[in-house]
Design a protein around this ligand. Sequence first.
Ligand code: PSU
Ligand code: MN
Length: 309
Amino acid sequence: MSLNKYLDVAPEVQKALDEGRPVVALESTIISHGMPYPQNVETALNVEKIIRDNGAVPATIAVIKGRLKAGLSPEEIDYLGKTGTAVAKASRRDLPVLVAQGKDGATTVTTTMIIAHMAGIQVFATGGIGGVHRGAQQTFDISADLEELAHTPVMVVCAGAKSILDLGLTLEYLETHGVPVIGYGTEELPAFYTRKSGFRVDYRIDTPEDLAKAFFVKQDMGLGGGMLVTNPIPEEFSMNHEIINKAIDEAVEEANKLGIHGKETTPFLLAKIKDLTGGDSLASNIQLVYNNARLAAKTAGELCKLANA
Ligand code: PSU
Ligand code: MN
């Protein structure tokens, strides 16, 4: 039974939660706005399979006809992928209006965390998070993802943040808001397409068991809030630094020139980078999401052991 009257938890997900088995949340903005069709749907379905193969139940999250959904059918995933950017990108401020009006929404890291927490899911796997944009000193463009990480008790497993963002300012913001930034097997913050960024994480942790322990203790102490696990892209899929950084710089410059702002900024930059790198970045993007799904599933399993102990 779901406690929130706006929320539908898929039966398989609810059963796993009731039985104390691991569940991993997945976002849908990556499907509708982050990748082209049909790779977006293929990737989303493969990610669910990887999570199952690693012992957890996947719960892809979205807003469908005004209902908050934790766990989608393959048909719903196909619909979100096909409809693409015509599905509203839904951040925290969008949720009440979409629900009131019975509309669809693709959930960002922010709203996936919100809905995961409502459903009782503690671990969430994705590609990259939003952060403090370059030039935020002027634009005030800081992703709502950072505020959500500050307050909502969900572990987010990602591949770091792209240098479309100001990575230094993003880390400062997370520090101020008490969000631990963990490097999985690394002291250095990964930069999504590449394993290195030149910035250090707060802590290096080397096993899913120890990731789970740190998150468990944070909640057990009553601190609340999220935790950010940054998992470097596997070496064999990482991109050449110069090629990707040149594409990112060009994309940022074009966005500035065109006056792109607000919720359009991140999807514009992601699409532009994909165009400029001829699809190589898409292949890397897909592989790093798979890698994060594996780690999240294992960590969710360890977290269940601690919770059931
Ligand atoms: N960064 C990526 N890929 C993504 C996103 C960010 O590398 O798909 C998406 C996520 O859904 C994230 C959102 O939560 O963009 C952040 O958007 P904004 O910067 O508008 O807050
Ligand atoms: Mn923004």
